[in-house]
Design a protein around this ligand. Structure first.
Ligand code: ZN
Length: 195
């Protein structure tokens, strides 16, 4: 695999996804109310050529974006919910609420959700360009914070639903969430270092 091709695409499209992350930061929607965040991400994924399924398991802010068919199934998991009473001005390294008592992304889910989504798009375009077959999925999971529907419960519900992910996807979903965070952190450090 030519990793440089992935980095080139990510660098060329970085500003688009940073704008999504900034918007999700601004929406600051808490568990099960990620309506604007979910809508924006669905629009981006549709533009990128993914098929959208929503709601999922009765959760209005959950969606699955899917591209391609057959094996392997490569899945990315994103969360988009904020935390209550954690409002914070961006780029300030001390407590400074944007809205006193308001919601905020203290856990960085604006980066987590958008970074996972960007990773799914990068892999999709790589598979297209290289003529590689398979399925890419992005699972937008609501309410990781407090709602119990996020990382574990959402994927658990998905396992029990008709939209059951394949066993391969079950096994790698959590791993790719971690890799997405790592990729986002790496991109940030590259950016900071001016590379
Ligand atoms: Zn969190």
């Amino acid at each position: 695999m030519n990793i440089q091709k992935l980095w080139t695409w990510i660098d060329q499209n970085g500003e688009r996804f940073e704008a999504v992350s900034d918007a999700v930061w601004g929406f600051a929607e808490t568990c099960f109310t990620e309506y604007q965040s979910s809508k924006l991400q669905r629009e981006v994924m549709e533009q990128e050529g993914f098929r959208i399924t929503t709601p999922v398991c009765g959760m209005d802010t959950a969606f699955i974006a899917e591209y391609g068919s057959g094996a392997p199934v490569i899945a990315f998991l994103g969360e988009n919910d904020a935390l209550p009473a954690q409002s914070q001005c961006a780029d300030v390294a001390e407590p400074k609420p944007l809205t006193p008592g308001g919601n905020g992304h203290a856990c960085g889910h604006n980066l987590l959700g958008t970074g996972s989504m960007e990773a799914a798009c990068a892999v999709k375009q790589y598979m297209e360009a290289e003529g590689i077959s398979g399925t890419i999925r992005y699972y937008a999971c609501p309410a990781e914070e407090g709602g119990g529907a996020g990382t574990s419960d959402c994927t658990g519900n998905l396992r029990r639903s008709k939209k059951r992910p394949s066993k391969q996807a079950d096994r790698i979903t959590a791993l790719l969430m971690i890799l997405s965070i790592w990729a986002e952190a790496l991109r940030e450090s590259r950016w900071n270092a001016g590379i």
